[in-house]
Design a protein around this ligand. Structure first.
Ligand SMILES: *[C@@H]1O[C@H](CO)[C@@H](O)[C@H](O)[C@H]1NC(C)=O
Ligand SMILES: *[C@@H]1O[C@H](CO)[C@@H](O)[C@H](O)[C@H]1NC(C)=O
Ligand SMILES: *[C@@H]1O[C@H](CO)[C@@H](O)[C@H](O)[C@H]1NC(C)=O
Ligand SMILES: *[C@@H]1O[C@H](CO)[C@@H](O)[C@H](O)[C@H]1NC(C)=O
Ligand SMILES: *[C@@H]1O[C@H](CO)[C@@H](O)[C@H](O)[C@H]1NC(C)=O
Length: 553
């Protein structure tokens, strides 16, 4: 048993990638080069001279054409005018003083922030559809990639992509290619770093991108579940729409500004109708925020961008992706929770939150507190069951874990061994029992679905006020983002932890990352009835037509 403030790992860890910022070895400011994005403006420069124009800009700080050329990493010319280059801070500063330069900003790394949820929010499988138009909709996602062989993306019954579609898709490593459902798949990795855990292909080795895209536009897959939990038909909001994946998020490095901008440019050029981006914001001014810049150009091209508001709640002013032209999504709960009962040796039953797919093999197991299992004299690490902190003679070889969390327990974490997470009140009761008897025992039962009152805003969902402008309300709207079942990758175990042998075609995830594709799906649904509506009109329709069906019942 562990004590307050310890959540190992924290509730969202299994669902959100933790990324390590690249660190460079120290060097003087002049010599030390980093990636910068130089934003020159609004107008595309769709001719061969664009790259030369970018070299010319660089010539104000570089000694030769060759040196300028060598520092350019990427030229953005199709939708807007910008380039990425390797520069020293001093060079970047000097470039930013030029009249023709709108902004220069360092390439920063973002992090990534089922199927009952559609019925819950009132979009049942029987909803009226404009099939002819829905088939012409292409939804684009910037994410960790996709699983092409997933049933959610099979193309049975799909005709060729709409004629307007200009996207591409090839055969890459570990990627079988596209079909008439998955009509585009590309990847962007401009910083050149490579980690063995990453595959240079649109394939999803993380699970996040497969999950978000199937929530948005996955086919109807009957009898989906996570080892029997959350059983039901899985489907996206627009199961007849096409999907295009732009992989910009990497296990090793996160999702960089350079890659995000390149993906935006490709998606706008390819002809996506709706963009769904479940990626954290990096803050700062909009003119130096790749996601805000990309979404601005998407809007200029009639494409609505829906983005996750972040998982940094409940602290105030934590909302990310708050540019006025984004549709920023908060996460809410649906009327289902996953709980495990814990029976103590004295017959008392308590309960915890989490996804525990294991049936107990014994009636009761001996239980001890982690704090009592450390080497004598020090229990700090042992309370957290930290690696190496447990005295082998007391605490190694446990069959399961009861964790105490100080966080609000609304999202279920998936465990790789029998476990559940309890709150402080329950923890006190368990701890008292353990220390009140000579040979304490307990058993953790397999998780069950429990009906709970809903909707409610997820504790982790980032809150306003909007740090960009207190005059503009953000997030814009909430959608289901707790314990959502959707497709998953076969390339990662459910927890991603060493030793986990649980694999599933569907998994449960929580986060505003899961809420975002719900709203993008609604945007695509609206667009299938009103193909000519602007991004603002679609956003307005979503924000102004909500009904509280729970009050109406
Ligand atoms: C490229 O476009 C610029 C203005 O946008 C124009 O001045 C130039 O002549 C064009 N070059 C080519 C090769 O078309
Ligand atoms: C930046 O501009 C200043 C002032 O013109 C100049 O002295 C300096 O050498 C420039 N630095 C770089 C790296 O271009
Ligand atoms: C990717 O493909 C390579 C070559 O076929 C193979 O060796 C590797 O195991 C595959 N990786 C995954 C994660 O499937
Ligand atoms: C702790 O969990 C129990 C059981 O789920 C619940 O009855 C109780 O209200 C919770 N206490 C707090 C402080 O949340
Ligand atoms: C959408 O706009 C196009 C071109 O402006 C027009 O031909 C078409 O009829 C419009 N569609 C609808 C449903 O209004």
């Amino acid at each position: 048993m562990s004590k307050k403030k310890l959540i190992v790992p924290s509730i969202l860890l299994s669902n959100v990638l933790i990324f390590i910022l690249l660190r460079f070895s120290s060097a003087t400011e002049d010599e030390h080069k980093e990636f910068f994005i130089v934003y020159l403006g609004d107008q595309p420069v769709s001719n061969v001279s664009a790259v030369q124009a970018h070299i010319n800009v660089l010539l104000s700080i570089k000694r030769s054409d060759l040196e300028a050329k060598e520092s350019i990493v990427y030229s953005y010319t199709k939708i807007f005018n910008a380039f990425a280059a390797k520069l020293s801070k001093a060079e970047a500063r000097n470039l930013s003083l030029l009249d023709e330069v709108l902004s220069v900003f360092p390439n920063r790394y973002h992090k990534l922030h089922t199927t009952k949820s559609w019925d819950f929010i009132g979009l049942p499988s029987t909803a009226k559809r404009n099939l002819k138009m829905e088939r012409n909709i292409v939804v684009g996602l910037l994410d960790t990639g996709i699983t092409p062989q997933s049933e959610s993306f099979k193309d049975d019954g799909f005709g060729p992509p709409p004629r307007k579609w200009r996207g591409t898709c090839g055969h890459y490593a570990n990627f079988s290619g596209c079909n008439n459902k998955l009509v585009g798949a590309r990847f962007f990795k401009l910083d050149g770093t490579r980690d063995p855990s990453d595959i240079l292909s649109p394939v999803d080795v993380d699970g996040h991108g497969t999950h978000t895209s199937s929530t948005l536009a996955g086919n109807l897959v009957p009898d989906a579940s996570l080892f029997g939990l959350a059983r039901g038909a899985a489907r996206g909001a627009v199961p007849n729409a096409r999907v295009a994946m732009y992989k910009v998020c990497w296990i090793s490095s996160g999702c960089s500004d350079m890659d995000l901008l390149a993906a935006f440019e490709a998606a706008i050029h390819d002809g996506v109708d709706v963009l769904s981006i479940s990626i954290g914001g990096v803050g700062g001014k909009y003119v130096s925020d790749a996601l805000a810049i990309g979404a601005f150009h998407a809007m200029k091209n009639g494409i609505i961008t829906v983005a996750s508001g972040g998982n940094d709640g409940p602290s105030s002013s934590s909302v990310a992706n708050h540019a006025p032209w984004l549709l920023t999504v908060a996460a809410s709960g649906i009327d289902r929770e996953f709980r495990s009962r814990v029976e103590l040796g004295n017959g008392k039953i308590v309960s915890g939150v989490g996804v525990n797919t294991f049936e107990p093999k014994q009636k009761l197991y001996p239980i001890l507190s982690g704090a009592d299992a450390g080497y004598s004299g020090s229990d700090d690490g042992a309370r957290f069951c930290a690696d190496g902190s447990l005295d082998p003679s007391k605490g190694i070889g446990g069959k399961g874990t009861i964790l105490e969390s100080a966080q609000y327990l609304d999202a279920a974490q998936i465990f790789m061994a029998p476990a559940t997470m309890i709150n402080a009140t329950v923890s006190d009761a368990v701890n008292n029992y353990i220390h009140s008897t000579k040979s304490p025992s307990a058993v953790i039962y397999r998780s069950q679905e429990v009906k709970v009152p809903a909707p409610f805003i997820a504790s982790f969902s980032s809150r306003g006020p909007n740090p960009g402008s207190e005059r503009i309300l953000k997030p814009d709207v909430a959608a289901p983002g707790i314990d959502i079942l959707a497709s998953y990758t076969p390339l990662k175990s459910l927890t991603g932890l060493k030793g986990d042998t649980q694999y599933s075609k569907f998994s449960l995830m929580s986060g505003t990352s899961m809420a975002c594709p719900h709203v993008a799906g609604v945007a695509a649904y609206i667009k299938s009835f009103h193909p000519n509506w602007t991004a603002a009109a679609i956003k307005s329709a979503i924000l102004t037509t909500g009904k509280n069906k729970f009050l109406l019942q």
